[in-house]
Design a protein. Structure first.
Length: 408
């Protein structure tokens, strides 16, 4: 018996074929052929590698097909076919890989459909189809993959819809649909994904709304909706996401308001709303976000004011208002933000003054007022900021006689 357990032939770019004798490596557990760009085929004897657990063929761009004998690899747990750009289909025998937990087909750009035998892979936990730009649809049987935990469809730009059976993926923890430009809606069955912890819909520019059933995702911790340019509103059911810690809405340029139910997100720690250029106000219910630590409103150019209730955000440590050039004032309640460490007002060119209550921010370490071109003076209370370590006042041409306030 040959004792070899790992064979690494990565970047052997002149390698055109493997000897049939490779099947005699009975102890081989890991086989890496990534970057073998001239490799055109695998010998059928590869199916004799009974101990093989990992097979990676990343960037084997001349590989057009796999031998049917690959289905004999009973111990195979990971199969990496990333960037096999000439691979058009998979042999049906792959459905016999009973131990397979991870199948990576990233940027297999000629792959047009998921073969039906995928539903036989009962142990499959991870499937990566990101960058499969010719993939137009998912088969309904996808819902039969009971062990499925991670599904990546990012960059599947021709994908228009998801089958309702996707709601049957009871073990799914992470679903990535970023840059699926043609995806117009999510099925209502989405709410059945009881184990889902992370959902990424960034760059789904044709997505106009979310199903109300999204509020049923009790395990969801992270929701990414950045650059969903056509998203105009969030369903009120979003307030039911009791486990959500991070909500990213950056670049949702058609989003005009947030539902008042957002105040019910008791676990929310980070809320990103940067470049939501049509957002004119925040709901007063935002004050109920007791766990919120980071609020980013960068370049929300139509935001004119903050609700006075913002002073009730007891846990907030970082507040970013830079580029909110229509913001004319800060509420006096901002002085109640006892945990605030960083306050960014860079480029708030319509801000003429700061409330005297700003001196009550005992934890404030960094204050950026750069580019506040209409700011004429600082309140005397600014000298009370005992924890302040960084103060930026560059490009404030109208600001005068402030150095004496900083002497403390």
């Amino acid at each position: 018996m040959n004792p070899l357990q790992k064979l690494d032939l990565r970047e052997c770019s002149n390698l055109k074929e493997l000897p049939s004798s490779i099947g005699q490596l009975n102890a081989l557990q890991e086989f890496y052929l990534s970057g073998c760009s001239n490799l055109k085929e695998l010998p059928s004897s590869i199916g004799q590698l009974n101990a093989l657990q990992k097979l990676y063929l990343l960037g084997c761009s001349n590989l057009k097909e796999l031998p049917s004998s690959i289905g004999q690899l009973n111990a195979l747990q990971e199969l990496g076919l990333l960037e096999c750009s000439n691979l058009k289909e998979l042999p049906s025998s792959i459905g016999e890989l009973n131990a397979l937990t991870k199948l990576d087909l990233l940027r297999c750009s000629k792959l047009k459909k998921i073969p039906s035998f995928i539903n036989q892979l009962k142990a499959l936990q991870e499937l990566d189809l990101s960058g499969c730009s010719n993939l137009k649809e998912l088969p309904s049987f996808i819902g039969q993959l009971n062990a499925f935990q991670k599904f990546d469809l990012s960059g599947c730009s021709k994908l228009k819809e998801l089958p309702s059976s996707i709601g049957h993926l009871n073990a799914l923890q992470k679903l990535v649909l970023s840059q699926c430009y043609n995806l117009k809606e999510l099925p209502s069955s989405f709410g059945q994904l009881n184990a889902l912890q992370e959902l990424d819909l960034s760059g789904c520019s044709n997505l106009k709304e979310l199903p109300s059933s999204i509020g049923q995702l009790n395990a969801l911790q992270k929701l990414v909706l950045s650059e969903c340019f056509n998203l105009r509103e969030l369903p009120s059911s979003i307030g039911q996401l009791n486990a959500i810690q991070k909500l990213i809405l950056s670049g949702c340029t058609n989003l005009k308001e947030l539902p008042s139910s957002i105040g019910q997100l008791n676990a929310l720690q980070k809320l990103y709303l940067s470049e939501c250029s049509n957002l004119k106000e925040l709901p007063s219910s935002i004050s109920k976000l007791n766990a919120l630590q980071n609020l980013c409103l960068l370049r929300c150019s139509n935001l004119k004011e903050l609700p006075s209730s913002i002073g009730q955000l007891n846990a907030i440590q970082k507040l970013v208002l830079s580029g909110c050039y229509n913001l004319k004032e800060l509420p006096s309640s901002i002085g109640q933000l006892n945990a605030l460490q960083e306050l960014y007002l860079l480029g708030c060119s319509n801000l003429k003054e700061l409330p005297s209550s700003i001196g009550q921010l005992n934890a404030l370490q960094e204050l950026d007022l750069s580019g506040c071109s209409n700011l004429k003076e600082l309140p005397s209370s600014i000298g009370q900021l005992n924890a302040l370590q960084k103060l930026y006042l560059n490009d404030c041409p109208n600001l005068k006689n402030y150095l004496h306030l900083l002497s403390n």
